[in-house]
Design a protein. Structure first.
Length: 150
């Protein structure tokens, strides 16, 4: 007797392998869902079913949210307010803030700015510190910060 292989899937489309021991499934547009594959091995005179499931990961592509240079503190707060609103609106996202020290900046100036940004987001906007990362990046001609959503 020759074995037979029959597959069905709960979502997606089998694009190759039907009738063989393994299949390839097109999962386009199914990110965040769980797909179940049912398998029936035949040809031996008795039922031999199997089932497996896998979750299709959600792939988040980072995107630049804002970039600004040496601006007044209240202007920076307004921009951080917008960033906080965006983070709150995307519960699964993680924010990254890069502080670029000026090549003319005094020692620890970038660290102080990074601390101010972090303190503002946590203490004034209620963003959990685990939701974003602040990094001191390589020096630039201008002193600034870039916010990225990821």
């Amino acid at each position: 007797m020759r074995p037979t292989y029959n597959w069905t899937v709960s979502a997606g489309r089998i694009i190759s392998g039907q009738g063989t021991p393994s299949i390839t499934v097109d999962t386009a547009g199914l990110a965040g869902q769980t797909i179940r594959a049912d398998f029936e091995l035949g040809g031996y005179g008795m039922r031999c079913p199997a089932t497996c499931a896998t979750s299709i990961p959600v792939i988040i592509k980072p995107r630049k949210f804002d970039e600004y240079y040496d601006i007044a503190r209240n202007d920076e707060k307004a921009r951080l307010d917008n960033y906080a609103i965006q983070l709150q609106g995307e519960p699964g996202s993680h924010g990254y803030i890069f502080v670029y020290p000026s090549s003319r900046a005094r020692a620890n100036e970038a660290q102080a700015r990074a601390r101010r940004i972090s303190d503002y987001l946590v203490n004034s906007r209620g963003i959990d510190a685990s939701r974003f990362t602040v990094t001191i990046a390589a020096a630039r001609r201008d002193f600034g910060a870039t916010t990225v959503m990821g």
